[in-house]
Write a protein that binds this ligand. Structure first.
Ligand SMILES: N[C@@H](CCC(=O)N[C@@H](CS)C(=O)NCC(=O)O)C(=O)O
Length: 267
């Protein structure tokens, strides 16, 4: 199918947006980029809510179609423009891919507690005024609680963080087992499962999450980072100032004795 006018509404470092940008790069599809600044709460303003009433990034507009949910967007793009190039051929592998993409979505839900706490907390805490606006616009009570706890209490409970860590570990165990001697999750070629899981595992690596024992995941991360799509879809969008901030904050937490490693010792 010939390419329509694609519009992507996305966040520079939003992991769900990174998934979609990775596939756009792999498919070599051009698109009109609409960067939405989450720190300025542009994702809950009236303009964006008219596109995605859930107030979540990313969203894709293709002519008259609006597709939300990053995994749905991956399938939509690959079905429409990729000739299913990034989806396996056999029923068994298709099932495996579906499971891995669901796990990617779950991983996003758990790992965000860890990176909001340990990687960029001072940046993402909302002011009182922002929180009022957020509560007014965001219907998802769990998401409101997620931001309210960090913004008003200043931290998540240790139990909350430990539970997130344990859930992340369960998912990483599955991913590690899935990776055999092949380069990618479902064989020798990169597939949607890889593109879906990569951003959150990469984010964990960025925050100093313990991956030392996970040799296959580390090898897979290396393979993914060698691809041109990693540069086009991820590093090109990471502001240097943010990278410096995150590295400094990690160091600060380490010196303070409150880094993720301390949490892991208690798990
Ligand atoms: N299941 C959704 C999750 C999307 C999501 O949570 N996106 C984050 C950015 S990575 C977001 O928009 N968060 C809004 C917020 O925290 O207010 C998807 O995969 O598209």
């Amino acid at each position: 199918m010939s390419q329509q006018d694609l519009h992507l509404y996305h966040g520079a470092i939003s992991t769900a947006s990174q998934r979609v940008r990775l596939l756009l790069a792999e498919l070599d599809l051009s698109y009109t980029s609409h960067l939405v600044d989450m720190l300025k709460q542009e994702h809950i303003n009236e303009v964006y809510l008219a596109i995605n009433p859930k107030g979540l990034l990313p969203a894709l507009e293709d002519d008259c179609n609006v597709v939300v949910e990053s995994n749905e967007i991956l399938i939509y793009l690959d079905d429409t423009y990729g000739g299913k190039r990034f989806q396996p051929m056999t029923a068994e592998r298709l099932d495996a891919q579906k499971t891995l993409m669901t796990l990617a979505s779950d991983l996003h839900g758990y790992s965000k507690y860890l990176y909001y706490e340990f990687l960029f907390k001072p940046l993402v805490r909302k002011t009182q005024q922002q929180m009022v606006e957020f509560e007014k616009q965001q219907k998802d009570k769990k998401l409101v609680w997620f931001h309210k706890t960090l913004s008003e209490r200043g931290r998540y409970d240790d139990e909350q963080l430990l539970s997130a860590f344990r859930s992340v570990e369960v998912i990483l165990d599955v991913v590690e087992d899935q990776l055999t001697s092949d380069e990618y999750l479902l064989g020798g070629d990169v597939q949607l499962a890889d593109l879906s899981l990569f951003p959150n595992i990469y984010r964990l690596q960025q925050m100093g999450y313990p991956l030392q024992q996970r040799k296959r995941i580390r090898r897979w991360l290396k393979s993914m980072k060698k691809r041109e799509s990693y540069r086009t879809a991820i590093t090109k969008f990471e502001p240097m100032t943010l990278l410096i901030f995150c590295a400094s904050y990690r160091l600060f937490r380490h010196i303070q004795g409150s880094s993720i490693s301390r949490l892991v010792e208690r798990a």
